[in-house]
Write a protein that binds this ligand. Structure first.
Ligand code: AMP
Length: 215
């Protein structure tokens, strides 16, 4: 496909946005930008930004709009975004989407990956992440070929915000603050819905079909 893709992936935490973003990134050679990953790196490094946002993420709350808008503004200004990009986890609120519009960032596609809350709760309990390289796995649906270790050799861990009580709070935040973005992008004629499947390759096939305009 030769057209430029600047894609927003919407969906609840745990819907599979990160995994699909990695696959699409490789397939179309465009960067996958995850504000969550940038925030986790900042927290791990103990930077000023990290210390400022840690209390929000630990509770499962969103980080203030102005903080993530600054992060995304800086990231999108880098040269690797010139040929397109995938946004995973941004925007998460209507004011963030409006800020993106004000920055003059052109979005070609918005895909919402839909998964029920019950399935999300089940998925999050099996999610494992690599703190070294950022890869994500699931003990049942997307296991690492190295078991409890990542492909890169580092041990896998459970994200602090994947604990059940935090997941419940993140789902509540998603329904209240992020889901309204579907109507926002629907009204611009950009929204496509993909029903998240149990097998990630089936979700990838549907996501790719949505991107390439195959119904
Ligand atoms: P994620 O990995 O996308 O689920 O993000 C992890 C956490 O980072 C979220 O629970 C929020 O606390 C924070 N975060 C990531 N992206 C955003 C955003 N666009 N707006 C506000 N907070 C965010």
């Amino acid at each position: 496909m030769s057209r430029k893709i600047s894609l927003i992936l919407l969906g609840a935490p745990g819907a599979g946005k990160g995994t699909q973003a990695e696959i699409i990134s490789e397939r179309y050679s465009i960067p996958a930008i995850s504000t969550g990953a940038i925030i986790r790196e900042a927290i791990a490094s103990g930077s000023e930004l990290g210390m400022k946002v840690q209390e929000y993420t630990n509770r499962g709350d969103l980080v203030p709009d102005e903080v993530v808008i600054d992060i995304i503004k800086e990231r999108l200004s880098r040269p690797d975004c010139e040929g397109g990009f995938i946004l995973d986890g941004f925007p998460r609120t209507v004011p963030q989407a409006e800020a993106l519009d004000r920055l003059g960032v052109e979005i070609t596609d918005v895909i919402s990956i839909e998964v029920s809350d019950e399935a999300i709760m089940e998925r999050m309990s099996g999610r494992r992440v690599c703190k070294a390289c950022g890869s994500t796995f699931h003990v049942r649906y997307n296991p690492s070929p190295n078991g409890e270790y990542c492909r890169c050799g580092e041990p896998l861990s459970i994200r602090a915000d994947d604990r059940p009580e935090v997941v419940e709070s993140r789902l509540r935040v998603y329904h209240e603050q992020t889901e309204p973005l579907k109507a926002y992008y629907e009204s611009k004629g950009k929204l496509k819905i993909v029903l998240g499947q149990e097998k990630l390759e089936d979700t990838t096939a549907l996501t790719t079909a949505a991107l390439e305009g195959i119904d």
